[in-house]
Design a protein around this ligand. Structure first.
Ligand SMILES: CC(C)(COP(=O)(O)OP(=O)(O)OC[C@H]1O[C@@H](n2cnc3c(N)ncnc32)[C@H](O)[C@@H]1OP(=O)(O)O)[C@@H](O)C(=O)NCCC(=O)NCCS
Length: 193
């Protein structure tokens, strides 16, 4: 399967634990205003892992205008014309990490605790598998216990923890945690040898 055929499944309806249904689909260039509104719902420490200055509307507009879903695929969850969550699959498409996708997820504060992150990360892992990636990874600081739990529930395990390795915006050091998940089946591993 390819990225294109994996994306044929979208838009897709996701049913959350409390009965809320939302629509999942990849980011479209026309989504820039809704995407900017979504980012303004997050607090500053939660934006630390996003390289772009997403609280500035023109930055989000430019970002959306130059979308390359093969490199960065933001899968959005929508409810009532608003974005309530996003999970992004980052691919390097070359170099020594070309077989590894990186996953990051953010959920609107009002929609947390309903299984949305778990659903979006699960969808994204399946897209990564369809793209032929062999592994997915996700990066955290040690205090993100909720996020570590979400990824753990999906099957990610801690690959490395470097004590006091990264700094937050107040220059306080935190553990760096890398989690990962193998996507190859036992048969594929056997065939790879
Ligand atoms: C972390 C985050 C994505 C979780 O989103 P969410 O939709 O609330 O997560 P889910 O409802 O899918 O949680 C699934 C499970 O993870 C665990 N979990 C989620 N958030 C948790 C928290 N804050 N504390 C403890 N456990 C948590 C729970 O076990 C939960 O299952 P339960 O509700 O049956 O107990 C959200 O809090 C967020 O956007 N945080 C800011 C950004 C971030 O840290 N991203 C991760 C880095 S890539």
């Amino acid at each position: 399967m390819s990225l294109e055929s994996a994306l044929d499944e979208y838009p897709k309806e996701l049913k959350l634990r409390d009965g809320l249904t939302c629509e999942a689909r990849p980011l479209d260039p026309g989504d820039h205003a809704a995407f900017h509104r979504f980012f303004t719902s997050l607090n500053a420490p939660e934006l630390l892992y996003i390289k772009h200055r997403v609280t500035e509307p023109e930055v989000v507009r430019a970002w959306c205008a130059s979308l390359d879903l093969g490199r960065n695929l933001p899968l959005l969850a929508w409810s009532d014309d608003a974005i309530i969550g996003v999970c992004t699959l980052h691919q390097s498409l070359g170099g020594w990490k070309r077989h590894i996708g990186r996953v990051s997820v953010h959920v609107h504060p009002k929609f947390r605790g309903r299984g949305l992150a778990q659903a979006l990360v699960g969808e994204t892992v399946e897209i990564a598998r369809a793209c032929g990636l062999e592994k997915v990874e996700a990066e955290f600081i040690g205090t993100q216990e909720g996020a570590l739990k979400v990824f753990g529930l999906i099957g990610f395990s801690e690959l490395v923890r470097l004590p006091d390795y990264v700094k937050d915006m107040q220059a306080i050091t935190h553990d760096y945690v890398l989690m990962g998940l193998d996507l190859l089946t036992d048969d594929e591993y056997a065939g790879a040898g």
